[in-house]
Write a protein that binds this ligand. Structure first.
Ligand code: CAA
Length: 258
């Protein structure tokens, strides 16, 4: 197993659990965290033995945002020439499904990290927001785009312009999160979801993820055409025969991820 400075990575069968571990800064996302998370996710993404990745933080904070102390002294050219935060895009390019398990603060970059994941599960203690405006800046890891696509203009403008936060119930109503659970059940629920996804055919799960992701990138007609081609493609897998045979034989499927 790899050793990382700011995160821990554990394997749970075919699922993996990545835990942010900078408690002294409420998991603020400095460049080291970005490097560690992206490296860990890319390593897991290359491993066919991993079928789903859970990303979580602590009870108090999923992540309280990008690291304000690290950003404070930077100038335009520092940010531009290092292309600050661009490595986060690689997280969204992972093909393995990802689950964000959010407890406590998911603010700024923390909310953006959660939105980079495919399934977002919240504890009832979760607090979401894009409060960058209160620091004199704007979201920088895709928040203005992904929040707007997730919850619509009305609430995205409200959150980005006032900096107010929303609780787990509002986040679920708005469609940002798919499930809210009591805080002490968060990890169990997220790992159960990850276990369920990881037991599915990995190439099929990747294609399902790719198909849903396309909805944010293209027109309806092109998206449907893309889906149709992937739908045809899954008939090249042994797992398609296994899944449909298992249904007909009235037994659980045993996918071999090929
Ligand atoms: N960056 C750096 N350090 C942070 C941090 C951040 N985003 N958030 C918290 N910390 C640090 C605090 O400075 C503090 O450190 P010290 O003990 O050394 O003073 C420690 O974590 C504990 O934080 P608090 O004492 O503030 O804890 P609290 O319980 O009183 O408040 C909080 C919690 C409301 C989340 C508060 O910490 C807070 O408002 N944090 C900043 C939230 C924010 O503005 N996030 C957006 C950042 S900008 C961004 O993310 C840009 C982007 O789009 C990528």
């Amino acid at each position: 197993p790899e050793a990382y400075e700011t995160i821990t990575v554990e394997r749970k069968g075919r699922a993996a659990l990545l835990t942010l571990n900078r408690p002294q800064a409420l998991n603020a996302l400095n460049l080291q965290v970005m490097e560690d998370v992206v490296a860990a996710v890319e390593a897991l993404d290359r491993d066919p033995g991993c079928g789903c990745i859970v990303i979580t933080g602590s009870a108090k904070a999923f992540a309280a945002g990008a690291d304000i102390k690290e950003m404070h002294p930077q100038g335009y050219l520092d940010m531009y020439l290092s292309d600050w935060f661009t490595a986060w895009d690689r997280l969204g390019q992972a093909r393995t499904p990802t689950v964000a398990a959010v407890s406590g603060y998911a603010l700024g970059g923390g909310c953006e990290l959660a939105m980079l994941c495919d399934i977002l599960i919240a504890a009832d203690t979760a607090v979401f927001g894009q409060p960058e405006i209160k620091l004199g800046v704007i979201p920088g890891i895709g928040g203005s785009q992904r929040l707007t696509r997730a919850i619509g203009k009305a609430k995205a403008m409200d959150l980005c312009l006032t900096g107010r936060t929303m609780d787990a119930a509002e986040a679920e109503r708005a469609g940002l999160v798919s499930r809210v659970v009591p805080a002490d059940e968060l990890l169990g629920e997220a790992l159960a979801v990850a276990g369920t996804v990881a037991a599915m055919s990995l190439p099929t799960a990747m294609m399902a993820k790719e198909a849903v992701g396309r909805a944010f990138e293209t027109t309806l007609a092109e998206g449907v055409r893309f889906e149709r081609r992937l739908f045809h493609a899954v008939f090249a897998t042994a797992d398609q025969k296994e899944g449909m045979s298992a249904f007909i034989d009235k037994r659980p499927p045993d996918f071999h991820h090929r």
